[in-house]
Design a protein around this ligand. Sequence first.
Ligand SMILES: Cc1ncc(COP(=O)(O)O)c(C=O)c1O
Length: 279
Amino acid sequence: MSGPIGDVILDGTAVPAEAAVISVFDIGFQRGYGCFEAMRSYDGRIFRLEEHLRRLAGSAERMGIPLPDRADLARWCLDRAEAAGDGVVRLLVSGGTDLNTPGFESRVVVFAEQVADLPEVLSVQVRPAPWHPDGRSSELTGAKTLSYGPNVAAGMAARREGFDDALLVGRSGAVLEGPTYSVAWVVDGTVNTPALDLGVLPSITRNAALEVAAASSIPVREGSFPLDVVLAADEVLAMSTLREIRPIGRVDGRVFPVGSVTQELMAGFRELVTNEIAA
Ligand SMILES: Cc1ncc(COP(=O)(O)O)c(C=O)c1O
């Protein structure tokens, strides 16, 4: 993992990385109680900052954690984006030090880092995700919380087996998402993707990809789909802030080409980013 680019902003104050420390009694550390966002900066500006801050506000509200003013959060993120140029800006909010009072002594951390090198075409291993909501909901469904242990472990297990990442399948047999990406596949020219009501993260890149599809008159179908449907697809693709839109060339032993619909979505996404960043 690369270190931060420049200072870390801790509760609004820029401090050097080594001074950016929070309490071991914070329930963000002890229980994974807290929420976060990861954003992409291009040329010092953040793609869809407002959407990220809106999703963070939703996560924090569900967790009962009060946030600083949105304008302050935006300012801190933009400050780090400027320092990074093309980079990743991370915003993390800890739960604080009192289990009964979420947000008490909560800390807000913002820093930038380099974009990690990723393969141009991904290979993924199907892994069971019995912890995933998969159509059921609980208090924090849809929130982007700090409790990423099972997702991290699934990704690590897939990498140990020689894949780039995991593809999560829920208890119902539905294909859901990756540990940190959304998934879609193409069948006869139609983009298929798991529906948000399965409890997959309301991904900002997925949103943008569906906008690109609509603008390009590419049909989209959202729903609950079993693995054999994905394995029989023409193209498969991953979507996330860090990956943008990226082809998946292998799911387990099955190989997929980088098809024309994926290429069209990638080109459209790039154009969307360029236009929004320039605006
Ligand atoms: C579980 C999960 N699904 C999907 C995504 C993609 O979301 P976004 O496009 O907002 O980065 C992420 C991002 O981290 C994620 O953690």
